[in-house]
Design a protein around this ligand. Structure first.
Ligand code: GLU
Length: 326
């Protein structure tokens, strides 16, 4: 999608951080499904239950897959369910200057290096006997200036630019998660800025800078991102930002036991409403999955919600029954 030019440089920790905030941060690449909506509702409830503000962020870093129209529909659906947030909504495509500042800070400290590997190079290197699956093996970490110049030239001939990676000083980091407890996970020389032909900011950097900018100190999201939390927490630590509290909630599964997706049929709010359910019916189904049977509004959900009683098991989506009242 055509993105607006970069906004003026802004400081990244929020200047007037009165009290902490929770957030929801959807990627605008299609309508939110029942699982996404449930996570958003849980995030809102966790913030409310702990006296936090609630903010929204549209994660449209991936310009090929994101659209403003999709973001508009997602926000409309969230509003229809009764999720509320403080304006303004932050759009990542307006935040590039802040990512650049953070990158420069790390560069000044010698913590960034260029990486010339293609995806294929990394795949092959990570098949080596001592490689850790999914981890960058450090191929470009210690190249000489001559080697770097040659690699840079090789990429330039194909019209590509190098990626930029963090020179990590640890290989593990521990975060606190309300559901998982102390969680220690791998940290590698993560990408800060992608290279190749689709050069752009990396999610791990953007999420850390934006959470700090929006005053977020509670991150509630799907547990498919638990493994990324140590990387993000380490990056926040390097940038002098306060650690956040995590709540990684189990994903909603389809009837086949795989994570809920479009193939499971009517899964988005609009589809469910098309099938005669109302937003209140959808909320009731979400409430039931949280042990707050009978709640049909956010106010009723808040009254019965307890962070400590959040289910630790994945929930299987079995559709939404249209109610008689809305
Ligand atoms: N934008 C990500 C998603 O929609 C969520 C990232 C996050 O919550 O940190 O999956």
């Amino acid at each position: 999608m055509p993105h607006k030019p970069v906004a003026a440089v802004e400081p990244y920790p929020h200047p007037q951080r009165a009290r902490g905030a929770g957030r929801y941060a959807p990627s605008p690449s299609g309508d939110l499904h029942f699982g996404n909506l449930r996570t958003a509702v849980i995030a809102w409830l966790c913030a409310r239950a702990t006296g936090r503000r609630f903010v929204m962020r549209v994660e449209d870093l991936d310009q090929q897959r994101s659209s403003l129209e999709s973001a508009r529909r997602q926000l409309e659906d969230l509003r229809a369910l009764g999720v509320t947030w403080e304006e303004p909504v932050v759009y990542q495509h307006e935040r590039f200057a802040a990512y650049q500042r953070a990158l420069e800070e790390l560069q000044t400290r010698g913590m960034v290096y260029e990486c010339y590997c293609s995806r294929k190079d990394i795949r092959e290197a990570s098949r080596a006997p001592h490689a850790i699956p999914g981890q960058y093996p450090g191929t470009c970490r210690n190249l000489s200036d001559e080697q770097r110049a040659a690699e840079r030239e090789r990429l330039a001939r194909d019209g590509r630019v190098p990626a930029l990676r963090l020179r990590a000083e640890v290989d593990k980091w521990t975060v606190r998660d309300q559901l998982a407890g102390e969680f220690t996970g791998d940290v590698d020389d993560m990408i800060l800025r992608r290279g190749g032909q689709d050069a752009g900011w990396a999610y791990n950097l953007a999420v850390v800078i934006d959470d700090a900018f929006q005053g977020v100190d509670q991150v509630v999201r799907g547990d498919d991102l638990l493994a990324s939390a140590p990387r993000q927490a380490y990056l926040a630590h390097l940038l002098g930002l306060s650690p956040v509290e995590y709540v990684h909630v189990p994903l909603v599964l389809g009837a086949d036991g795989k994570r809920l997706a479009k193939r499971d049929g009517a899964v988005t709010l609009r589809q469910l409403i098309g099938d005669a359910a109302s937003p209140a019916d959808v909320l009731e189904e979400i409430a039931a999955s949280l042990g707050v049977g009978g709640a049909r509004s956010m106010a009723e959900l808040v009254a019965g919600f307890d962070v400590a009683r959040l289910p630790r098991e994945p929930v299987v989506f079995r559709g939404v029954k249209p109610g008689t009242a809305s």
